[in-house]
Design a protein around this ligand. Sequence first.
Ligand SMILES: [Fe+2]
Ligand SMILES: [Fe+2]
Length: 157
Amino acid sequence: MRHASVHPRTLGYLGRALSLEYSAVQQYMTQAALAEAWGLREAADRLRHETVEEMQHADRIVKRMLGLGVAPNASQLRPAGVARDLVSLLLQDAALEAEIVALYEEAMLFCRRIADHENAEFFNGLLQDELAHAGAIQTWLADLGVQPQAPEERAYF
Ligand SMILES: [Fe+2]
Ligand SMILES: [Fe+2]
């Protein structure tokens, strides 16, 4: 019962997005547990908060896929990024967030190109959240004395 007007590539982006969001849930959940084990309660709380936000993203994608008449099909759960210190964990988070940002940018631009405005807006909403996540991770790293990466120039048209 696939929605006739949805491009197969859009469905592909949704499936990849769901895989990455579940991977982010697993990663932040694991890192929160690690931080807690290290006695870093504040860091654990922040990472747990991220876990919840990524779960909410997965929930949005599941609902969108159901609305389009397709079964949620995340198929590639990544191993959680683990390390021996907080900075190393956050660097892995920065990499994962950058990957998710790149996926949502590509998905949004594709949907715009084929004039699928509804899905373009859906991906843009997720993109804005992930840009905020990526920025928050960079700020956190800067607070820990790690030089933030220069933000990329972004233009959407
Ligand atoms: Fe997310
Ligand atoms: Fe995120």
